[in-house]
Design a protein around this ligand. Structure first.
Ligand code: 13P
Length: 338
C-alpha cells in the first residue's frame, strides 16, 4: 500500500467544486434507463451513450472522477480512444464498479449481501492496467417497519465492504465504500437516521479491524431521508440537519471525503439537499456528490436516443454537474435551474 498514491487520488476526486459521475450501471440497470426512452440496450447504444457523457464540454471543472462498468472500461470513442484514456486526458480519474451485485442473504428474507470478493484481487490488477485508479463497492440495506435490517445483515455487509477496501488499498486503488440504505419503504426520517447510524458505526469498526487506511478511501453514503412511501416527507433543512448530525457522529475526521449517492431523489432534490448540507459546514471532510440518476436522468431524457439532441444532452450534463459543484460549497440557488 502506498499512502501517497491513495491520498493524492482521493484529493483529486473531491477537489474544490468536484464530485463523481456514477456511470457504472450494470447491463440490466442501463437497460431500465434506456427503456424509459424506448431505446434498445445494445453494446453500441451503451457505448454511444457513454461517449456522449464523457465528451461533454466543460464537465472536467466539476467532475473529478467517473465510475465505469466493466464493459465501459473496455470500450473506446468512435475514433478509437479508450474511454479511460479520454477521461484521464481531460483530468478526470477513471474508476470501476467491482462488486457483482446485491444478492439475497440466505435465511434472512428481504435482506441482501453483496457478492464479488472471489477473484477480486486478480480483477483489480487487470482494471488497474486498463487505467482505473479507484473502485466502488455497493452494499444494500433494506428497511421495513418490523424486523429489518437485522444486525447480522449489517455486520455481514460491513465485513465484506472492509475486505474489499483492504484488497483495493493493497493494490494502491482507492476504495469508494458505499453502504446504501434504500429509500424504498414507508419508514420515517428518524428510522433512517437510526439505521444509517448503526450501519456507519459498524462499517468504520470493520474498516478499522481490517487495517484500512481511512485517509486513503472515500465514503459514499445515503442522505438521511424518509422512505418514499412515508406519509410524512421532510423539508430540505430537516434532511440536511439529520444527515449532518449522523455523519458528524459516525464518520471519522480522517476520511478525506464524503460523496453522496442520489438513491432515487430527483435531480433538483439531490442538488438542493447537498447545498443545504454544505451550508451547515464547515466539516472535517469535503462533502460532495457521486450521483448516478441525479446527474444522468435529465441527460437521458434530453438525448432520447437521437443524434440531433446530443448537444443539448451534453449541455444538460454540464448544467447538472455545475449546479452540484456549486452545491459543494453551498452556493447553489434554485433560481439557477431556469
Ligand atoms: P444513484 O445516484 O442513482 O443512487 O447511483 C449512485 C450509485 O453509484 C449507486 O451505486
Amino acid at each position: 500500500m502506498t499512502k501517497d498514491i491513495l491520498m493524492s487520488v482521493t484529493k483529486a476526486i473531491v477537489a474544490k467544486q468536484k464530485g463523481l459521475l456514477a456511470a457504472d450501471e450494470s447491463n440490466p440497470t442501463i437497460k431500465k434507463r434506456f427503456d424509459s426512452i424506448k431505446l434498445e440496450s445494445t453494446e453500441e447504444n451503451r457505448r454511444r451513450y457513454r461517449e456522449i457523457l464523457f465528451t461533454a464540454e466543460g464537465i472536467e471543472h466539476y467532475i473529478g472522477g467517473v465510475i465505469l462498468f466493466d464493459e465501459t472500461l473496455r470500450q473506446s470513442t468512435q475514433d478509437g480512444i479508450p474511454f479511460a484514456d479520454l477521461l484521464s486526458s481531460r483530468g478526470i480519474i477513471p474508476g470501476i464498479k467491482v462488486d457483482k451485485g446485491a444478492k439475497p442473504l440466505a435465511l434472512f428474507p428481504d435482506e441482501k449481501i453483496t457478492e464479488g470478493l472471489d477473484g477480486l484481487r486478480e480483477r483489480l490488477i487487470e482494471y488497474k492496467q486498463l487505467g482505473a485508479r479507484f473502485a466502488k463497492w455497493r452494499a444494500v440495506i433494506n428497511i421495513n417497519e418490523h424486523d429489518i435490517p437485522t444486525s447480522f445483515c449489517i455486520r455481514e455487509n460491513a465485513q465484506v465492504l472492509a475486505r474489499y477496501a483492504a484488497i483495493c488499498q493493497e493494490l494502491d486503488i482507492v476504495p469508494i465504500v458505499e453502504p446504501e440504505i434504500l429509500m424504498d419503504g414507508a419508514h420515517d426520517i428518524e428510522c433512517c437516521e437510526v439505521v444509517t447510524s448503526m450501519v456507519l458505526e459498524m462499517v468504520f469498526t470493520e474498516l478499522d479491524a481490517h487495517r484500512v487506511l481511512l485517509e486513503g478511501m472515500l465514503l459514499k453514503p445515503n442522505m438521511v431521508v424518509p422512505g418514499m412511501k412515508c406519509a410524512r416527507q421532510e423539508s430540505v433543512q430537516r434532511i440536511a440537519e439529520s444527515t449532518i448530525r449522523c455523519l458528524t457522529r459516525y464518520v471519522p475526521a480522517a476520511v478525506p471525503g464524503i460523496v453522496f449517492l442520489s438513491g432515487g431523489q430527483s435531480a433538483e432534490d439531490a442538488t438542493q439537499h447537498l447545498n443545504a448540507i454544505n451550508k451547515l459546514g464547515p466539516f472535517p471532510w469535503p462533502v460532495s456528490f457521486s450521483y448516478g440518476r441525479a446527474l444522468q436522468a435529465p441527460v437521458i431524457a434530453t438525448w432520447n436516443g437521437q443524434e440531433i439532441n446530443v448537444p443539448n444532452a451534453q449541455k444538460m450534463l454540464l448544467k447538472r454537474s455545475k449546479l452540484n459543484g456549486l452545491a459543494c460549497s453551498g452556493k447553489y440557488d434554485p433560481t439557477m435551474e431556469a
